[in-house]
Design a protein around this ligand. Structure first.
Ligand code: SAH
Ligand code: SF4
Ligand code: F3S
Length: 447
């Protein structure tokens, strides 16, 4: 039973990477992609449960397709990802039209699960599972830049966060498997890889000691991994996310400085600028420690871009404590901060606390923080004006008159006055002519 498929992806880079793998599996089974959801014979929602609004959006999308299924009974409905893991069987009771509910650890096994569905069963796959090395070929969105998972899951217990419940225990891929994947990408013409982990600094802790490991007890660390994969020929840029301040090391900063392909961009979420809130979140660092990390980075790489995530309205947050977050953002000078109002998540400790903050207070703080973030980013962008930057051209963007789109090493999106499609996948020098808070515009130095 094949035909056209349509995937809707919510959430983070992990989910995007999983969707690419699942698309690869579907295509190896003979399915072909369609942009039009109503034309698809198989609709897959790869879901996110980090905040309630992401979850609610899923239900409204799903409702429409469930209705369509009454008129087209051969439509296959799949719910994958983090809401699938969180809700499991309950999803089937809520939307009985669903054929398959599968947690993130089953992304590689979509094929076998669909075979069970074809035998006429409704399937729920949410048991904790070991993630097998990928033998399928992902269908990647870009032909220039690719995600590469290095560690799955998260063993932290931040009191607001659902991720450990839905993504399971940490599981590192072996350095050999990671390098092999990067070599294959290079052979196929990819120029950039982004190494992914929810807490990438935890890489290697669960692997046996030995080999190239230089960490405690001879274990491999994320820093060792960077040295190990760095020289793959053809790959020009290496990025990684997400770093956790609790485990971020000086050795890692040194490695980023020494290794020419590792880009000067650090995504290090701080979540709050107040030490008591950080403690209640169980983050394991202070605002002072966070500032020290940024200082250490800037000592070696003064121009490095720093981005982060922050939450406002965590239970008990006072106006004064919120001001500490505002102060930290103003002091550091971030290139970008992803901000969010705290959203209570089922099964997480903070969701049960009595000192929840009213929605209107959270919204107001969010707006005020966004304003400071935007101002800070605009200021940071100024440094690019009139500068010549090395841009990796990723593709076209339909909005004329700047058809080419790429990024600086520091991850600023850059639009270029040129229609030279032959430059896609190439590193070019661009003179920056216009700056905005989160993007730049420029002209090719040698057209
Ligand atoms: N592993 C990363 C974050 C993954 S989740 C880290 O430790 O930093 C991505 C972001 O979503 C988090 O950084 C946090 O800012 C936000 N987030 C997570 N849980 C949330 C919640 N319950 N309410 C609001 N934002 C949340
Ligand atoms: Fe969530 Fe904390 Fe793990 Fe990040 S480190 S995924 S915020 S539990
Ligand atoms: Fe969302 Fe799951 Fe990522 S909850 S942020 S898709 S790990």
């Amino acid at each position: 039973m094949t035909g056209k498929y349509h995937i809707v992806t919510f959430g983070c880079q992990m989910n995007k990477a999983d969707s690419e793998r699942m698309a690869g599996i579907l295509e190896s089974m003979g399915y072909t992609p369609t942009e039009d959801v109503n034309e698809a014979k198989l609709v897959l929602y790869n879901t996110c449960s980090i905040r309630d609004n992401a979850e609610q959006k899923l239900y409204s999308y799903l409702g429409r397709q469930a209705k369509r299924k009454h008129a087209e009974p051969d439509l296959t409905l799949v719910v994958a990802g983090c809401v699938a893991q969180q809700e499991g069987e309950k999803l089937l009771r809520r939307v009985p039209e669903i054929d398959l509910v599968m947690g993130p650890q089953y992304a590689n096994r979509l094929g076998e699960l669909l075979e069970q569905v074809e035998q006429g069963r409704q399937v729920v796959a949410t048991e904790e599972a070991y993630i097998e090395e990928d033998i399928t070929k992902p269908r990647r969105q870009s032909q220039v830049t690719a995600w590469v998972n290095v560690i799955y899951g998260c063993n932290e217990r931040c009191t607001y966060c659902i991720v450990p419940f839905v993504r399971g225990k940490e599981q590192s891929r072996t350095p050999e498997a990671i390098k092999r994947e990067i070599e294959e990408l290079a052979q196929r013409g990819y120029k950039e890889v982004t190494l992914l982990g929810q807490n990438i600094d935890a890489y290697g802790r669960d692997l046996p000691p030995g080999g190239i490991g230089k960490g405690v007890g001879g274990k491999i660390t994320f820093t060792d991994l960077l040295y190990y994969i760095h020289d793959v020929e053809g790959i020009e840029r290496i990025r990684f996310a997400t770093s956790h301040p609790r485990y971020f090391s000086r050795r890692l900063i040194q490695a980023c400085y020494e290794l020419p392909k590792v880009c000067e961009h650090f995504h290090i979420p701080f979540q709050s600028g107040d030490n008591d809130i950080l403690k209640a979140m169980a983050r394991g660092y202070t605002r002072e420690r966070y500032r020290q990390i940024i200082d250490q980075i800037r000592e070696l790489m003064p121009d490095a871009a720093i981005s982060a995530d922050a939450i406002v309205g965590f239970p008990g947050e006072t106006e004064e404590q919120f001001q500490h977050t505002i102060e930290l953002v103003a002091e550091i000078g971030f290139d970008n901060v992803n901000t969010a109002a705290y959203s209570p998540r089922p099964g997480t400790p903070a969701a049960l606390w009595a000192n929840q903050i009213p929605e209107e207070v959270k919204d107001d703080r969010l707006q005020r923080l966004n304003h400071v973030v935007q101002q800070g980013a605009a200021k940071r962008s100024l440094r690019y004006r009139e500068r010549v930057e090395e841009i990796l051209i990723e593709g076209r963007q339909p909005k004329e008159p700047y058809p080419l789109m790429g990024r600086t090493r520091t991850n600023r999106i850059t639009f270029i006055h040129s229609d030279r499609e032959d430059l896609i996948g190439k590193l070019v020098k661009v003179k920056i002519t216009e700056v905005r808070p989160f993007s730049l515009t420029g002209t090719l130095l040698h057209d």
